[in-house]
Design a protein around this ligand. Sequence first.
Ligand code: NAD
Ligand code: MG
Length: 360
Amino acid sequence: MITLDLCLPDTRYPIHIGRGLLDDAQLILPHLPQRKVAIVTNATVAPLYLERLQRGLEEAGVSVLPIVLPDGEVYKTWDTLNLIFDALLSSRAERKTTLIALGGGVIGDMTGFAAACYQRGAPFIQVPTTLLAQVDSSVGGKTAINHPKGKNMIGAFYQPRAVIADMTLLDTLPQRELSAGLAEVIKYGLLGDVDFLTWLEDNMAALRARDYDALAYAVRRSCEMKAEIVVQDEKETGVRALLNLGHTFGHAIEAGLGFGTWLHGEAVGAGMVLAAALSHELGWIDEAALQRAVRLIGAAGLPTQAPDLGLEAWLEHMSHDKKVESGKLRFVLLKRLGEAAIVEGVDAAALERVLTGPYI
Ligand code: NAD
Ligand code: MG
């Protein structure tokens, strides 16, 4: 096991990465102000992993309230959030009761937001069970639910007390979900670390075969890079926007096809191809670098070609992206492989060439 320390102005917390961590109650105990927890999970993850986590804690003298929610992004809503509050209040949970999120990003985001609200703030711990949650959503303190008018529109910045990422939980993850998580991993390489990008090229097969050591290294490097950026900009007023590489295009794909048609990571994969293609159009990266990015994204089992939404729809959906500021489109583009920049006022002709070009 390795442990990263995320130090923010108001808090610090460990990110434990390794195998077999789910059974190790000792990783959780030091963070509990009271020997009482609620484990929030869903109907898919509960039969796989709830009993192990629960048993370990109970053997250590912790009382456990399991809360099993329906599975799916469509349940990331106010109504489902209320199920968490109902269960906590019915069992007379106090403000010192710790909420443990056992699941992917949907469970992590909802549990974090529930913890931020319950009695004005209860402690919470993340046990991410998808690759995407391990490398992205469990770290950094963004929590939210969806509103019918927009994704993640109701939420809070609220940091966990600890993150526990167990590689062995990824064994049961569907292949498509694994690839979706790899999109965010590749993102870190493209935006900030060309050596990591090279490592990913060499180890993509091992990652897709769920080699625990390869996964642990990818999770570690991703969390390190996310932590580095979050430390500089916890509330996303500046550099944290770099983490949106591929996301402006990706958001348009998700919205254009209807949310849920493509997984978020798949849309980000094709979105990063378009971001690289636009960087090439602007003369920042050469054809060889563009091809390297495209090859790696394809090797992760992700689409390298975006759906043809039509130019007008592309521009319309991109203008609704929440990264838009005062009506101006902002892109995260590649100055070179391993270095991204936030760019406003991109040349319209170059953008149009990309949106009608070979990657659509
Ligand atoms: P998810 O939580 O929906 O999980 C994907 C699917 O895998 C679900 O069906 C889930 O039940 C299942 N699953 C989870 N773990 C499993 C396991 N070990 N074995 C088998 N099946 C398993 O999706 P996700 O990709 O993890 O997260 C997406 C969510 O994360 C979105 O709601 C997004 O908004 C959010 N997100 C948040 C942040 C943040 O910073 N807070 C960042 C990125 C994404
Ligand atoms: Mg993302």
